[in-house]
Ligand binder design. Structure first.
Ligand SMILES: [Cu+2]
Length: 469
């Protein structure tokens, strides 16, 4: 934006607006200083031009800013210039062969969540809406000897920590400020709480035949935040893959429980993903299973309908997975399009108290499928307010499992996933010179992956026929 492109009329109306809202020019300039640091390329435009631009923005169009510009991997923050923003936070990712758009939110007690996720790759020429809301519902941490039992997301609202520039890699990283709605517009947090990184992750596919060697190296964009549960710091991480998949991970680090630094325990991040494929409600759920015959010689694969709200247990001997797909929307080959939910970094299965007074019955299964009925996203009243008022999942989740036909009511299908990682403190939890395991504990990851299933007509990363011969 140049000085010449800014007309006098919006400037005057903006100045009037600022005057009546009681904000001085000095305050505005102080407030935009963090922006200058974040967008060094803007600083060279000159402070006079910059001040005029920012002053004019409430009357100007939303402006997007490229925050990572790597080879094969670009990230853009939408509506990112000015103090008073038109919209809440949305980012776009542009890989070579695929594109994403999503929002990031800090709501209540549950840390960073994703909203309005859309993906574009292969045959699609526009972004396809897939997820309405995704994030953690809780993190349950029972100690083996039951001297302590914690719900690490019961400690109050807004427990995300500041992310520092030093947390980022030297290249292709960015800090992002979450936003708050106020007075008809949005303003940034005072500190950044989201890290964005573009990472080169290796080979996506390759093919080698004599005289024909081809390969495709790929990137991820990793979005992460830190949820502070006192001694533990949890990394909440969403990874957008170039092939159309998303990984959801929760990583426990920080330091072990004071007074119990050697006590084994299980971290159980409990996830909720509210799907709404193609922004339609005519979706259905299936369970994929691979079943061996009695001799283990021939196997049969099946996709079993899951007609009603229910619990699901992962079967590692059947490669089982939950699939959520459209009941009507097909790709060019007539296959219903959807996503498959698979364990990620899974080292075991948490199962806890079956005594009703402990309210841990929700831990008796790995996954649950429910309809997204009004209020059940945690923003309702009573126990439906679980995002802002703490309740055991027994008090809300189990009430949502009332046998309704999946997809029959509500606004999409919700997958609830319990991920678990057992933490047996070892001497790697020591600080050097002390045997008390009072050091910093290495990150313990747990989560799941969401992968496209017959969503694309062909390899979205441009694989040639065979080896391209
Ligand atoms: Cu631990």
């Amino acid at each position: 934006m140049s000085l010449a492109s800014v007309s006098l009329a919006p400037m005057l109306s903006t100045l009037f607006f600022l005057t009546i809202t009681g904000l001085s020019l000095t305050a505005i300039l102080l407030a935009v200083q963090p922006l200058w640091k974040r967008h060094a390329h803007l600083v060279v435009a000159g402070s006079v031009t910059l001040a005029v631009c920012f002053l004019a923005l409430p009357a100007a169009q939303a402006t997007d800013v490229v925050i990572i510009n790597g080879a094969g991997c670009q990230v853009t923050e939408e509506d990112a210039v000015g103090i008073f923003l038109h919209n809440d936070l949305y980012l776009r990712i542009d890989f070579t062969d695929s594109h994403w758009r999503f929002g990031l939110r800090n709501q209540g007690m549950k840390g960073l969540s994703l909203v309005d996720v859309g993906v574009q790759a292969a045959q699609f020429t526009t972004k396809q809406y897939i997820i309405k809301h995704a994030g953690l519902a809780d993190m349950f941490v029972p100690y083996d000897d039951r001297s302590h039992t914690y719900y690490d997301m019961s400690f109050g609202n807004n427990r995300m920590d500041q992310i520092d520039a030093a947390d980022l890699p030297a290249q292709n990283g960015a800090l992002v400020f979450l936003r708050t709605s106020t007075g008809g517009h949005y303003v940034r947090d005072s500190v950044p709480k989201v890290a964005v990184e573009c990472r080169e992750v290796g080979v996506g596919w390759l093919c080698k035949e004599p005289g024909h060697h081809v390969r495709r190296r790929i990137h991820d964009v990793v979005i992460w935040a830190v949820y502070d549960a006192f001694n533990y710091d949890y990394i909440i991480q969403y990874t957008f893959h170039e092939d159309g998949g998303i990984s959801f991970r929760d990583g426990a680090t920080g330091y072990n429980l004071p007074g119990g630094t050697s006590k084994p325990h299980v971290h159980n991040p409990f996830w909720r993903v509210s799907t709404k494929l193609f922004n339609r409600t005519d979706n259905q759920a299936l369970e994929f299973v691979h079943v061996e015959d009695s001799q283990g010689y021939i196997a049969t694969d099946s996709e079993l309908p899951i007609p009603t709200e229910t619990s699901v247990d992962w079967n590692p001997l059947q490669f089982s997975s939950v699939m959520i797909q459209s009941a009507t929307q097909t790709n060019d080959y007539g296959h219903l399009m959807g996503y498959e939910f698979l364990p990620g970094d899974r080292t075991g299965t948490g199962r806890f108290s079956q005594r009703s007074q402990d309210q841990e019955m929700w831990t008796q299964h790995d996954e649950y499928l429910t309809n997204d009925n009004p209020g059940e996203d945690g923003s309702g009243s009573g126990t439906n307010n679980w995002r802002y008022t703490w309740y055991s999942p027994d008090n809300y989740l189990l009430n949502y499992l009332n046998g309704q036909p999946l997809g029959g009511t509500g606004d999409g299908i919700v997958l609830w996933y319990i991920s678990s990682v057992h933490h047996e403190p070892t001497d790697a939890d020591n600080q050097q010179g002390s045997g008390n395991r009072t050091g910093i504990t290495l990150i313990h990851w747990a989560g799941f992956d969401m992968e496209p299933h017959n969503l694309f007509d062909y390899n979205p990363l441009g694989g040639p026929p065979n080896c391209g011969q």
